[in-house]
Design a protein around this ligand. Structure first.
Ligand code: FES
Length: 164
């Protein structure tokens, strides 16, 4: 099977029952995406598929052949993605376990807002992240849990990044 991960093509033989998360971590060594709950509840495994966020623990790798997948390793390195820098500047993490998922989710969330997609709860149709208050940003990021409780820093980092 062919997989397109962070702009590189990988040809791999994998069991049809392999999750996308296990493919990334165990077959490709991309351990940025984390396994928290492994049942779609925490968001630690969030990756981007053609710009949309998914929980990789719930996805079968076989379904994502030849799709453009981006993990936290593909977001930025040298230099850091602006959102990564903002997380540092605003203390948007403590232990860091949820951070890769938070970053991927926020990148997709900003694009959802830009495209005018409503949030699940409030049906807000704002077209600019900066028109969203922090409660709305939190709601749009509610699929990503932070057990350290760094939510204030996370939301500040997102708001600052997409205000530019
Ligand atoms: Fe996938 Fe928790 S590990 S949602």
């Amino acid at each position: 099977m062919n997989f397109n991960i962070n702009g590189e093509t990988h040809q791999l033989e994998v069991d049809l029952r392999t999750s996308l998360l296990d493919l990334l971590r165990d077959h490709l060594g991309l351990t940025g995406s984390k396994k928290g709950c492994n049942q779609g509840a925490c968001g630690a495994c969030t990756v981007l598929v053609e710009g949309e966020r998914i929980n990789a623990c719930l996805a079968l790798a076989v379904q994502y052949q030849d799709r453009a997948i981006v993990t936290v390793e593909g977001l930025g390195g040298e230099p850091l993605h602006p959102l990564q820098q903002a997380f540092i500047d605003h203390d948007g993490f403590q232990c860091g376990y949820c951070t890769p998922g938070q970053l991927c989710s926020a990148v997709a969330m900003a694009e959802e807002v830009r495209r005018g997609l409503p949030s699940f709860v409030t049906a807000d149709l704002s077209s600019d992240v900066m028109t969203l208050d922090h409660d709305e940003l939190r709601e749009r990021m509610s699929g990503n849990l932070c057990r350290c409780g760094a939510y204030n820093g996370i939301v500040d980092a997102i708001a600052e990044t997409y205000a530019k």
